[in-house]
Design a protein around this ligand. Sequence first.
Ligand code: ZN
Length: 336
Amino acid sequence: MNESYYYNYNPSSRAKINRPAGRSAYQTQARQRAGAYPAHRARPAKRRSMASVYIARYILLLAIYFVLMVVSALGMAMLLHFGFGGEPFVKTEPVMVAAAAPPAKASEGVGYEEYVEASISNLTFKLDLSEYEEYMNPSDRDAYIKLINQTYTIEKDFKPDDLVNAPYVRDGVVTPYLRLYAAKALEAMLSEAYANGCSQTLTVTSAYRSYDYQQFLYDYRVSVYSYLGEEEARKKAATIVAIPGQSEHQTGLAADIHTLLSADEVFENTYEFQWLKENSWKFGFILRYPKDKTHITGIIYEPWHFRYVGRYHAFKIYESGLTLEEYCELTGLGLD
Ligand SMILES: [Zn+2]
């Protein structure tokens, strides 16, 4: 038997192709019908093709099934979320990240206070700062949280009675003073900053300011914007230099710290700023006027302005990402 019978098999002209020499087409077909040729040996090709059709159909059905499953799952999810009338009847609560937001009251939030206590104790520094511990983390925790802004103002004749010479102040600063705890904590912060690779040019360019000095700074800034007209000049100036009575520099708890000739937003691009941003809470300081919070603080982004509040509150503010305004409103502290 000739092997080419099988390999040349052509179902549309079986007889013709399979016909051995010497037999007529009729004879060959008759013999095939009679089973003379193992026609089934030629069939595998057809069987394979049928199998692939079944597989294709099966895959198609599976695909349709999955599409229907996905569509119905989506529909169910939307129904659960939006309900029948647009009001969600299965409300999705935001995932609470432990300690991300401080509780409304210090006593609230199970485990949060323990977390805070653990976070603010036994910090390690490159330098031995043990003698500064009380200043960085004052035992009277709420003594330095006072909020000063456009709403909560400070009296004209207020002057702290514990002002001392602040450390690392640049030459030419008119009133280089801070309150004792802020000054000591600042000394610890900047010496540790230098130990961690910060430039020695990272220094204090403004510290305590009297009401009158703030008035001088504010009037100067208004004169710079006088081309805008009196009212607009005052508005614009107030976003950059606080109106007298609204500056926390008068509390003796705030310091402008940077490496530039004059305070500028580009300070945020420096290693020194990044270090302060991440570490200042350890020394009791917060970045007081963060980026994109002007609508809350009323003051432009000031990457150079740090405010002493003590480590306990500084940590909570740092952790939560809240401004001092929000933190004080939330806790009820510093508003008197
Ligand atoms: Zn400042």
